[in-house]
Structures are given as C-alpha cells and as structure tokens.
Design a protein. Structure first.
Length: 500
C-alpha cells in the first residue's frame, strides 16, 4: 500500500496517513476485513518511524474504521454512514485522536485485547486475575439477601468514607493481619485499584518520579503513566525489592512515593522477607518518601506463616495501605478499602466525593452482613486447599519439561511467573496460543519498559478447573516447543533444524 505524503504540509504525517487510508475505506477501495500492512512494513515503505504508523492506525481505530486483534494485525471494520443528499458536502467521522491528552497516548490496550480473546468461545484462560467463579459463595450471599429484602437503607446515599458498620467489620478483619486500625481510619473503595488511582492523582504531576518493583501490577503502571509521571523500576530477588538499588534511586530521583506489593507479589508471587520489610521502611524514613502498600493476596497463603503488613510495622505514618475482598469473595461487587494517615484520607475523600461519591450502598450492606456472620474465614478454608492443589498441578505439569519453562514456587497468591526460552517471540507465542484456544498474560505489560518482559509470562492457576488448567498448560508447552524449533539454527551438515 502506497500513500501520498506531503512533508511540506503543516498537517502531521500520521494524520496524513490516517486520512489517506480513511478515504480509501469510505470509498470502498479497502473493504471490510482488509488487513492493513504491518506497522514496521508500512514505516519502511514510507520512510517514517514506526511510532508514526502506530499513531495513524490508532487514529483509524478511534474513528471506528479499523480494529486490531492479537495474531491478525490491524483490519478494516464495517462502516455504515447515514445517507446524505448529493449536494451536501461530505461529512467525515469525528477525528478523536488529536483531542486526547498526550499523557494517555502510551497507555497499552494489551489487557483489553487479552480480555477480548478470553471471552471468545471456550478459551482456556491462564490470564485471569481472579479466582475460580465456581467457588464464589453464591448460596450464602443469596441466603443473606433473603433474610432481609432490599429496603430504603439499601437505596439511600451513605457517607463518602463508606457504610460505617462495614468499615467496623473491615477493621476487625485487619486484626487477623496483625494490623490494628479503627473504622474512622478506613475508607471503602470501589476496588483497591481506585486507591492506586487516588494516590496517583493526589501525589503525581507530569515529570514526577514514582518507584515501583520491577516487574509490577500492570494497571498500576498504566495509572501512573496516565499522570505523566516517570516510572522507576527497581529489580527484585527472592526477598523482594532490591534495597541496594532502591537506595541509590531514592537519592537520585527523589520520588513522590514507592509502590509495593509485599505479599504474593503480582506477577512474580514473591513475598517480601521480614528483614527486607524493615529495610524498606528504614529507607522510606531516611529519604522521607511515603509507601503505597497494595495487599490483595495476603490471605491467599498455602500454609506459610503470615508476615505483618508494612503498615503494621510503621509507627510513623508513612504507609498508605490498600486491600480488597475481590480475590477471596466476589470481584464483581468491587469492594476494597484504604487505611491512610488523616491528611491523605482527606484528599482521598475529596477525590471520591467528586468522582463516584461513595461505593454502591447495597453492595456494602451485603458484604457487611456476610463478614458479620464470620463467613469470610469459612470461605478461606474452602478455597485455599483447592487453590493449593491447582498450584501444585501447574508446577507438576510445567516441571516435567526439563527446564523448558523456568519459575519459582509461590507460597500463595494466584500466579506462576515464568521465563520462556530466549528464541521464542512473545508476539508469535501469544498468537499461536490464541489459535490453540488458550490465553495468558505476556510479561511485557508488567514492566515500565515493555521490552524487558519479552521472555516472561504470567500464568494464573486459580481460575480454571484442574482439567482445563492441565490441558491449557500442555497446549502452552507444545506452542513453546514449536516456536523453539522454528528458531533453532539449521544444522550445517543436514540443512535441517533439530527436533525436540
């Protein structure tokens, strides 16, 4: 495909490219389903950067003229426009891309693509960030609903901080995590991700630095990036974040805060050691840097003694603590919470007041009654042995392949963090797995610099049944082997690739 580009024109080159393709789509020259050239080929053919082509394609997507699918590339979508009189000037679709704030331009849509694929047909999902839906305590929840039908309390507004009895129940739950807090120190959130967003909007301005573990939770990266902040990744080892490297970066960048997941880290599964926790707090005190502690998986432990949260070890008020019920109970109810020092809590309350006012009242009352009955502990006792068996199954399946996939055994949480052979292309593997009916989360989305995760992938072992988990992992292994063979050098004597 050749497009006419006038480099003397004031209009940016990417918009010229997008407009030329748009004209061909609207005129019918490029039919529905037409696959546009790959970004790199288009860039080479027109002597522009790949970024220019990406922006042109994104412009077409924003107009609804094109869409991208993993393994397919960028394809033309069906576009039906209302009929107009021949005498009327042509009306083109709204050009949204130039209007978007530049801070969001680099936010990846990989997660949306994975979710789209995972919802197609009977895909085996190793990419999910949730537990097994078959284990949700639906019967208990239905019984609680039947005990007291919806009344005016369920339909009324509640305080910005959240339904007070639920906050009391959350404070009681926190005592099982060795953290003593009161209801007044706790605010209910629409999932703990809302707390990450509030922290980003409270502390970060364009150009500010924020420290994260590398790799880290992908939505946190997206949230921080959307503010225009500079994300500084600190490598991890088996004990957690590397304090020697962290200290140097704290001195160099003077970040606004440190974001950490100490318990069964997402995506690595690492639990920060007690020594490392104390060392991290010591550095925070030394450099006067707050810590944003994210603890969604702390209760998903397979026998290991629970370590206290950083918040429980912090007598000076440096730690903002986030958690959620989504990993044990119902992710769809979106109940999370934050425990923070008073000045921070006031800022978070203001943000909540001007965004969604408060969490759904009915959901809060429902969860309060559930916790009051002591059912949370019963749910943990039910799911932990099952998740442990699934983890062991995943380890056994992958472990039979003589080091084809490398990983560390997690003692809790939802994930295996796996390194794949270096010759294997992440893009090709993702596409091949999608063709075989499985989906996983590529490691690239967990790094501030996506290329750093090219040879890593995150596998969820909690979501699928044991049978489908085993089937999916075996299909993944076959796909990795196939791509490994394709990338093996030819044998000089026979002229063929070796068979594995």
């Amino acid at each position: 495909m050749r497009l006419e580009i006038n480099r003397e024109e004031a209009m940016p080159v990417y918009l010229q490219m997008a407009n030329r393709i748009k004209e061909q789509i609207l005129s019918g020259i490029l039919p529905e389903g037409f696959v546009l050239p790959p970004e790199r080929k288009m860039a080479d053919d027109h002597h522009v950067s790949r970024t220019t082509v990406i922006k042109a394609y994104e412009e077409l997507k924003s107009l609804g003229l094109a869409m991208s699918r993993v393994g397919q590339g960028t394809v033309v979508t069906e576009r039906k426009l209302p009929a107009t009189n021949e005498s009327d000037p042509p009306i083109f679709p709204m050009s949204w891309y130039p209007l978007f704030d530049k801070k969001t331009a680099n936010v990846s849509d990989t997660v949306s693509e994975i979710m789209y694929i995972g919802n197609q047909g009977n895909m085996i999902s190793l990419a999910a960030g949730i537990g097994d839906p078959r284990l949700y305590p639906v019967d208990e929840l239905r019984e609680i609903q039947n005990e007291r039908p919806i009344d005016s309390d369920h339909l009324n507004l509640c305080s910005v901080e959240g339904y007070y009895p639920l906050r009391e129940s959350i404070a009681q739950l926190m005592r099982f995590r060795n953290l003593s807090v009161t209801a007044r120190e706790t605010m209910i959130l629409t999932g703990s991700m809302q707390g990450i967003d509030y922290a980003a909007r409270t502390f970060l301005s364009p150009g500010d630095a924020v420290i994260v573990e590398e790799p880290t939770f992908l939505q946190a990266i997206q949230c921080f990036r959307a503010t225009g902040a500079r994300i500084i990744g600190i490598p991890m080892d088996e004990g957690g974040i590397r304090l020697d490297i962290l200290e140097a970066q704290l001195a160099r960048y003077k970040p606004k805060f440190i974001y950490t997941i100490p318990n069964f880290h997402n995506p690595t599964g690492i639990t920060m050691s007690m020594e490392r926790r104390k060392g991290l707090l010591k550095l925070a005190y030394q450099f006067q840097v707050p810590i944003l502690e994210d603890d969604p998986y702390g209760d998903i432990t397979f026998g290991r003694e629970k370590l206290p949260p950083l918040k429980a070890l912090d007598p000076y008020g440096y730690v903002i603590y986030l958690s959620t019920l989504s990993k044990v109970l119902f992710p769809g109810l979106r109940i999370g919470w934050v425990v923070a020092p008073e000045p921070v809590m006031k800022k978070f309350m203001l943000l909540k007041q001007i965004t969604d006012l408060h969490v759904n009242t009915d959901s809060q009352i429902l969860i309060y009654r559930y916790l009051r009955k002591g059912l949370y502990e019963s749910q943990l006792k039910k799911i932990l042995p099952i998740y442990k068996k699934k983890r062991d199954t995943a380890i056994n399946v992958l472990g039979k392949e003589n080091g084809l996939v490398h990983f560390k055994r997690p003692e809790g949480g939802f994930y295996l963090w796996c390194r794949i052979p270096y010759p294997v292309s992440q893009k090709k593997l993702l596409a091949l797995c999608a063709d075989q009916g499985i989906i996983y989360t590529p490691g690239t989305v967990f790094f501030p610099q996506e290329s750093d995760g090219e040879h890593w992938l995150r596998l969820n072992y909690t979501y699928e049944t044991l049978e489908r988990l085993t089937e999916g992992l075996n299909l993944l292994i076959k796909a990795i082997k196939r791509l490994s063979v394709q990338n093996e050098p030819l044998d000089e004597a026979t002229g063929v690739r070796p068979i594995v």
